[in-house]
Design a protein around this ligand. Sequence first.
Ligand SMILES: Cc1cc2nc3c(=O)[nH]c(=O)nc-3n(C[C@H](O)[C@H](O)[C@H](O)COP(=O)(O)OP(=O)(O)OC[C@H]3O[C@@H](n4cnc5c(N)ncnc54)[C@H](O)[C@@H]3O)c2cc1C
Length: 387
Amino acid sequence: MITDSLTAAFPFLTAEHEMLCDTVRRFVRERVLPHADAWEETGFVPREALREMGELGLLGIRYPQEFGGSALDALSTVVLAEELGRSSYGGFAITVLVHTDMASPHLFHAGSPEQQQRLMPELIAGRKIAAVAMTEADAGSDLQGMRTTARRGADGWVLNGSKMFITNGVHGDVYFVAAKTGDAGRGREISMFIVEKGTPGFRVERPLKKQGWLSSDTAELVFENCVLPANALLGEEHKGFYALVKNLQNERLVLGAQCMGEAARAIELTLEWVTQRRAFGATLWDKQAIRQRLAWRAAQVAAARSLVYTTAWRYAMGQQVVSEVSMIKALAGTLVNEVMYDCLQFHGGMGFIRETAIERMARDARVQAIGGGATEVMLEEVAKRMV
Ligand SMILES: Cc1cc2nc3c(=O)[nH]c(=O)nc-3n(C[C@H](O)[C@H](O)[C@H](O)COP(=O)(O)OP(=O)(O)OC[C@H]3O[C@@H](n4cnc5c(N)ncnc54)[C@H](O)[C@@H]3O)c2cc1C
């Protein structure tokens, strides 16, 4: 069942993974749920909450202890993401996961010792918040079409352009920004840069109002003759696109795990509802159509979740899982929306009312079929490896 303990469901998980799951669950219950509605109103997760997660060791679970990390394995990241998904506040979950698994890996994998020593401990402790800026208004799925440029200046680099839909964009401190560093054909000369808040020429143009993920801040960023020091280059010049693509594997795995947590929680909440709610002389659970639909959704989530955990295990073993990760992103992003549709439907009118969790969860789920790789783009990744 989707509610089984981790080690019962997946024998390759350990007591350490169970402990991590318990820690996240307790943190969510005690430190997130009492405040999360207020965060949805203000549009961001306060940095104190992230600092508390840092103190619990939750922001650097895979990073080495020398930076303050917990040095756990890749499966731990999946446990974290799934459990954050179960919080039922997608905005909170994505704020954390962009910081831990979509932005800071760029520094960890490509940063120089100086860059890592300066920033990794700050990120892992939650004293600084990270964002990753790839997407532009005219280049999302097709990242190689980006137009932001970085040209060599007198003492470093000059950045010009803009980025769109950047999570943690307003409240971030450190941004890992992709820009073209040459004019050679499509995307071959993209590089990554570290841009810190307050750098002259860099500004947050506007926070973006969204359908869901309300407690996650999303922004448009602008760089106008933004002068960066020479040591702002992250990794090798012109090799940024490969770094982006490489990190997208972990990102998609994590998003898949987040979807599994969200879907499982939605089914649990709906079971609570339909076993109480009465219509036509019996509970909704007594209607075969409803209980079979929920059983079907539970079966689908259990199957997709198995793919997530076994792929994470293979990824942790160093195996090539590009196709599976793309399948996961496509499957999970679609399934979580189907689950939310049914769960909201079985809540009836209350499912449409703001005070029910399912109403928020259904809004939050929509973007999972778009962000971090739209379903169709993921299916193309799968298809091109099929023949
Ligand atoms: C809330 C939110 C947070 C985000 N956070 C970040 C962030 O932190 N950093 C960042 O860099 N980006 C971020 N993004 C950007 C996100 O990854 C992109 O929106 C996504 O990759 C899709 O790009 P796009 O919006 O430009 O859509 P487009 O590329 O214009 O695509 C539009 C649609 O066309 C279809 N499509 C596209 N290509 C194909 C194809 N080859 N075949 C068939 N159909 C296709 C898909 O249905 C797709 O949804 C975020 C987006 C959102 C909405």
